[in-house]
Structure formats: structure tokens, C-alpha cells
Design a protein. Structure first.
Ligand code: MN
Length: 280
């Protein structure tokens, strides 16, 4: 087995999105598509009431991508143009495949107990053949996300498989792994990730040695190629492990849309203007 080395460590940058939502952004959609099939990773972390009222993300469109919301504290109230509505609470996941288009509203709310909002949004690309497909939601309640324990690692498996435990999110084009991994102090975690797949780790609590290199929170690690991820920790560490198969297609990102050509973006904007964006 070949342990994947670290190829890049990204320091998340503060960004403001939606109606004044402060977040920590590690990766954002770019034409260079260097984290193919992953496009964006945002960390919502409102831990201080002086950050003021949370206004959220009022109605906005998406086309050509999947957005994955995973909340640890607080919640996101959600509704969309297809008539879906609901609340993504602590430990819940919403895996939204926009396909040809949805309009939705995402409103983060503080935990009533702690006053904190803590969660992540990952954007996953869709291959050209799926970009104009039917929109689809996989709403996963916290109670149905299985946990697996091995050698001091406790893993909540959202998508992919760990130690014989499979995540509830399935039939995603990128064949993703998406896991919340917690290592107890003085433990070691070795996890196979298929060679050629893109692999990232978002370290959000504690400190760990990834491929022999010490990384403290909060950082996004980009791994080089190999067939396993190796992590050790003396004091404990928690990270999101993200991996998937690249599509190796050209992309043209434009705000909440990611298509393959400029013409497809122009078409999308024309449909928004003339009211034909949402197709039944
Ligand atoms: Mn959105």
C-alpha cells in the first residue's frame, strides 16, 4: 500500500456569502478545477452572538452541481422551487443534486442551547451527461447515519464505506467518500482511498499527523496520489474525509452554476431572465 503524501495545506479564508453570512472557505469553483470532482468547501462557524443576526441564503438557483450540507450544531431551514421544505438539524445531512435546476433558500439558525451554528457545505460536480438531469434530494436524518469504530477511530459514514459500514447516500456520480472522522488520543487511522481519486481532509478540531506531517485545525489538506490515508494523533483530532473520482471534463463556473461551456452558462442566464429556468 502507498500512503498518500500531503500535496497542499489550505488555510481557510473568511468570506461573506448570501445575505451577509460569514464563513470560512477552503476551496471555491475555478476553471482550473484542481480538486475535481470537488468545487467548494465552506465552513459555517458562528460561535459568538456579537456576530449579529444570521440572515442566511435567500432564494437562489443552482444548476450542474450537488450541494452537501452537514450540520453539527444549529440548523438550516430549507425550502425550494420543487415544493420541498424542511430543517437540517445537528448531525443531519442534505445531499442535493441540482441537475438542470432548482431555486432554494437556506437559512442557518443558531442552536437554542449553545447559540452556535457549526456545519459544512461541500459542492460536488456533476459529469456533463448529468448536469441537465432531474433534481434530487437525499435527506438523511442524524439517526440513520451509521457510526463505525476501529482502533480508536470513530467514523460517521455519510457516503462510502468504512470497516463494512456503508453510508446512506448512494448513486452519486463522483463515487464519493464523505465521513466525519474522530481519532481518540494516541490512535492511528489507516484508510484505503482508490488511487487516482481526489482526496481531501478538513481538519476542524485538534491536531494530527497526516502522512507523518503535523497539521493543526483549522486546515484543508489536499493529498497526493497513493492508495491509503494515514493519520496518527497524540492528543486527538477530528476531520471530514472527502474523496471522489475526478470527471476530467472542462468546467465553467459562474456563481451558483457550474457547467462545461460558456454557452451553457449563457443559456442558463437567458432561462433565468425569461422564466424557463425551472422545468417541470
Ligand atoms: Mn444553495
Amino acid at each position: 500500500m502507498i500512503t498518500r503524501p500531503i500535496s497542499q495545506i489550505i488555510e481557510p479564508q473568511y468570506a461573506i456569502e448570501g445575505a451577509g453570512v460569514l464563513l470560512r472557505r477552503s476551496i471555491a469553483p475555478r476553471k482550473s478545477n484542481e480538486y475535481d470532482p470537488f468545487l467548494l468547501f465552506d465552513h459555517f462557524a458562528f460561535n459568538d452572538p456579537v456576530e449579529g443576526p444570521i440572515r442566511g441564503f435567500p432564494m437562489h438557483p443552482h444548476r450542474g452541481i450537488e450541494t452537501v450540507t452537514y450540520m453539527l450544531e444549529g440548523s438550516v431551514n430549507h425550502r425550494d422551487s420543487l415544493g420541498n421544505s424542511g430543517r437540517i438539524g445537528p448531525g443531519d445531512v442534505q445531499w442535493m443534486t441540482s441537475g438542470r435546476g432548482i431555486l432554494h433558500e437556506e437559512m442557518p439558525r443558531r442552536s437554542e442551547q449553545s447559540g452556535v451554528i457549526y456545519g459544512f457545505q461541500l459542492w460536488v460536480n456533476l459529469p456533463a451527461a448529468q448536469k441537465m438531469g432531474q433534481p434530487r434530494y437525499q435527506e438523511v436524518n442524524a439517526a440513520t447515519i451509521p457510526s463505525a469504530t476501529k482502533d480508536g477511530a470513530t467514523v460517521r459514514v455519510v457516503a462510502g464505506e468504512f470497516n463494512g459500514v456503508s453510508g446512506p447516500v448512494t448513486e452519486i456520480s463522483a463515487s464519493p467518500l464523505y465521513m466525519d472522522v474522530r481519532l481518540a488520543p494516541a490512535s492511528r487511522f489507516v484508510f484505503p482511498v482508490p488511487s487516482g481519486h481526489t482526496a481531501l481532509a478538513y481538519v476542524f478540531e485538534g491536531t494530527g499527523k497526516f502522512a507523518g506531517e503535523t497539521v493543526d485545525s483549522v486546515k484543508m489538506i489536499v493529498f497526493g496520489d497513493g492508495d491509503q490515508i494515514e493519520v496518527e494523533s497524540d492528543s486527538g483530532v477530528r476531520f471530514m474525509l472527502i474523496a471522489g473520482a475526478p470527471f476530467r471534463e472542462p468546467i465553467v463556473p459562474y456563481g451558483p452554476f457550474v457547467m462545461n461551456t460558456v454557452e451553457e452558462i449563457q443559456q442558463t442566464l437567458a432561462e433565468l431572465r425569461n422564466g424557463t429556468f425551472i422545468k417541470s
